[in-house]
Design a protein around this ligand. Structure first.
Ligand code: GDP
Ligand code: MN
Length: 371
């Protein structure tokens, strides 16, 4: 579960990690009032669950409350990186002297949390690591030991000496937050050097979906996520949102992954991974198709089912019910148990099944391109 920036900021505040003054708003008039309250320039930041907002036009600087209101009315309701902007964070614009990076994640091969620091923040840490590996330092944090002094000294040996104390304090607090909330990632990028000390200008927090702590943040339950993802989870499907426009449905994680690969190789971009699981009946298939068709990014669907326990006639019935009334092309590859029945049901409903996965992938990609 990924928190939005303003939610991560709330957690930072509770853990004594400095953040600029600010408030989250849902309408332009409120943005103006917050800007008036702050006085001076503010930044308006779209609250969407992805990074890179700066480049995508999701972060604006306003020097007056008037400008804040105007820019807020433009940002709210607009679409950035595929997400509708429903909330803005209005925060004091901080004068930045330097941008650092500080994050904690889990090193799965070593099975320990690892802290990562760079004095060259503001851009993606992967990029810094690639271009200037010497500007990134990492320190494993054995859970029974925690971030002891010598580990923090080692982590921050590449930091400007006058900042090391401040950085260590923030690192300790960030580690507490990380373990209290059973996060898999906490990230401050940029951790800015401002006139009055270090400040977290951005907040990224991802909480393990299998966390065992009771959530101490019921107020975050309203987390805005892709609504298809939410609905899919409620329906009990394995669903992963991807960035493209071709809906991919199949049975079994391996088959769905292979289908994603084929679609990519054919030059297409999958919009999702949806696994209906084994032995799905018509009702479940209908639900899956409706879900994917309900995603406004989707321009075609590829259904790839291999019938074992799953019966092709059930799948076909669900498919026909779920796609009734849609104008989007649906490509189906259906083989295995009760295959003839399944194909007959599809053909009668005007859907022509393809013979192979490769053919299906090619076809769905060309249908999207034709449009
Ligand atoms: P992201 O692009 O989605 O990661 O959004 P960030 O919150 O990290 O903001 C992107 C960039 O905007 C930062 O790296 C900063 O350079 C800049 N920025 C954000 N907030 C402020 C601010 O208060 N003052 C200044 N000067 N720059 C800011
Ligand atoms: Mn950032």
């Amino acid at each position: 579960m990924k928190l939005l920036e303003w939610q991560g900021r709330e957690l930072f505040r509770r853990y004594d990690i400095p953040v600029p003054n600010g408030e989250v708003v849902e309408d332009a008039a409120h943005a103006r009032r917050v800007a008036e309250g702050i006085g001076g320039a503010v930044v308006l930041k779209a609250q969407i669950p992805v990074g890179g907002r700066g480049k995508a036009g999701g972060i604006k600087l306003a020097s007056t409350p008037d400008e804040a209101e105007h820019l807020a009315s433009e940002l709210l309701g607009s679409e950035i990186k595929g997400f509708r902007v429903e909330k803005l964070l209005v925060a004091q614009a901080v004068e930045v002297r330097g941008e650092h990076y500080l994050g904690i994640t889990i090193d799965r091969s070593q099975r320990v949390p690892v802290m990562i620091y760079s004095p060259e923040g503001g851009i993606e840490i992967e990029e810094v690591a690639r271009m200037r590996p010497e500007a990134v330092s990492r320190e494993r944090i054995p859970p029974l030991e925690g971030p002891s002094g010598f580990r923090l000294r080692r982590l921050f040996r590449i930091a400007p000496p006058e900042l090391r104390r401040g950085l260590s304090h923030i690192a300790l607090q960030l580690y507490r937050l990380f373990s209290d909330y059973e996060a898999t990632l906490v990230e401050i990028n940029p951790l800015a050097q401002a006139s009055n000390g270090l400040m977290a200008l951005d907040a990224k927090v991802i909480i393990d979906d299998d966390h065992t702590t009771d959530l101490k943040f019921e107020e975050f339950e309203e987390i805005i996520r892709d609504s298809t993802e939410m609905a899919a989870r409620e329906a009990g499907f394995s669903y992963v949102r991807l960035e493209g426009d071709i809906g991919v449905i199949g049975n079994g994680a391996g088959l769905v992954m292979a289908t994603l690969d084929l679609v990519s190789q054919a030059g297409g971009k999958p919009a999702c991974f949806l696994d209906i699981g084994g032995g799905a009946r018509a009702e479940r298939v209908r639900k899956a198709v409706e879900l994917v068709l309900g995603d406004e990014r989707v321009r075609a669907v590829f259904v790839n089912v291999f019938g074992g326990i799953t019966r092709c006639d059930e799948v076909a019935r669900g498919l026909v019910q779920g796609s009734r009334g849609t104008r989007l092309p649906i490509v189906v590859r259906l083989t295995g148990t009760n295959e003839e029945d399944g194909r007959r049901i599809l053909t009668e409903a005007g859907v022509r099944p393809v013979e192979t996965m490769e053919e299906g992938a090619q076809m769905v990609v060309s249908l999207v391109k034709e449009e």
